[in-house]
Design a protein around this ligand. Sequence first.
Ligand code: ZN
Length: 143
Amino acid sequence: MTPDSHRLYESIILDHNKSPRNYGKPAQAAAAIEAVNPLCGDTFTLYLVADGEHITTLSFEGNGCAISKASASLMTCMLKGKTREAAVALGNAFESMLQKEPDAPVNEALLGDLMAFSGVRAFPMRIKCAVLCWRALLAHLTA
Ligand code: ZN
């Protein structure tokens, strides 16, 4: 990774942490999904509205570290309008990228802005923060 792309990645996380997207409970009825990481103190609730196979609304609220909050915010942006199947595939690709060695090749085209979290691989304790809301959502979607 070049120093420039590293800075870009950091700025994506800082931006989503400072200005989380799709934050708050939607007006319409939504499934509430709890996501808690006691090791770090991250506590979020995800709100999901689906129309058949499509995720029509996905938002969140709660508190946590910058990594967990930015990951939740980016997740809501990336999955809106996606099918359940595509959401599960992206979540699994994200998790597998985080579990790889820092220099292992990954599918950057599929992951897009989620590559911002590639630096987290060097900090195993923070991987739980990055995948917290993804794991909670995928558990709900595949239940
Ligand atoms: Zn955390």
